[in-house]
Design a protein around this ligand. Structure first.
Ligand SMILES: Cc1cc2nc3c(=O)[nH]c(=O)nc-3n(C[C@H](O)[C@H](O)[C@H](O)COP(=O)(O)O)c2cc1C
Length: 219
């Protein structure tokens, strides 16, 4: 009797392949990090730079369609009008920044100044425009402010990022800016210990940051 050789070879190959260990990348998928920031007077930009130094990741600056005035009071007036447009008419100020490769990232740090008790309007636009792409991603908010607590921005984050896994909420006040690198390194340690502040009730999302970032800060 003639034994069919070809199916036998296929069956043997399949058995051998099944016994092979999975390739390293599928076993341990490294997280990719994005640092999106908006800054008007430079503080948040310094925070984003310190964060990039501490955890790595790609920094992306949000550019408004029309630049803000250099004058503080004029900027406050424009921010007030934009705030009203968002909360009264769901009308967000235009920005130039658009990311189409968001699926490449697992963790997105969003760094923004607190404006008039809210997430600064251009960052609101960014979150609004990328809502679908941010679904299921770990989002780590970082708020810079004069004196107000970052927790004021929680309702905005909940509204703008309803399907994000928000992990932590970091806050830096103007008076702490002199030691920005130290402050940021402290946050990263907290994230690595999974003790990040919980953004809102019921959200127990652990920090999902690169292990090599944690090694850098000794965790
Ligand atoms: C239009 C505007 C509104 C602001 N509103 C607040 C506020 O409500 N509470 C607060 O503590 N700081 C407020 N600030 C101060 C900024 O949050 C703070 O200086 C922040 O560090 C600025 O970040 P930046 O330098 O990246 O723009 C405001 C600043 C501007 C320009």
């Amino acid at each position: 009797m003639k034994i069919p050789v070809f199916p036998l070879i296929i069956a043997t190959l399949l058995c051998v392949l099944r016994l092979q260990p999975l390739p390293a990348q599928t076993q341990e998928k490294p997280t990719k990090q994005l640092i999106v920031y908006f800054s008007w007077s430079g503080n948040t930009e310094k925070v984003a730079a310190a964060l990039q130094k501490a955890v790595g990741g790609k920094p992306v600056r949000i550019e408004p369609q029309t630049p803000y005035p250099e004058n503080y009071m004029e900027t406050v007036l424009r921010a007030r009008a934009e705030k009203n447009a968002i909360y009264e008419r769901n009308d967000y100020p235009a920005i130039r920044t658009r990311l189409d490769d968001m699926e490449a990232y697992d963790t997105v740090f969003i760094c923004y100044p607190l404006w008039l008790g809210k997430v600064a309007m251009p960052m609101q636009t960014f979150l609004h425009n990328h809502r679908e792409m941010l679904k299921g991603k770990t989002v780590i908010p970082v708020c810079s402010s004069g004196k107000s607590p970052a927790s004021k921005t929680l309702p905005d984050l909940k509204r703008l990022c309803p399907s994000c896994i928000v992990s932590g909420l970091f806050s830096i006040k103007r008076e702490e800016m002199e030691k920005v690198e130290e402050v940021v390194a402290g946050w990263v340690k907290d994230l690595c210990r999974h003790k990040a502040g919980i953004a809102w009730e019921g959200n127990t999302a652990p920090a999902n940051i690169r292990q090599d970032s944690c090694l850098k800060v000794g965790h």
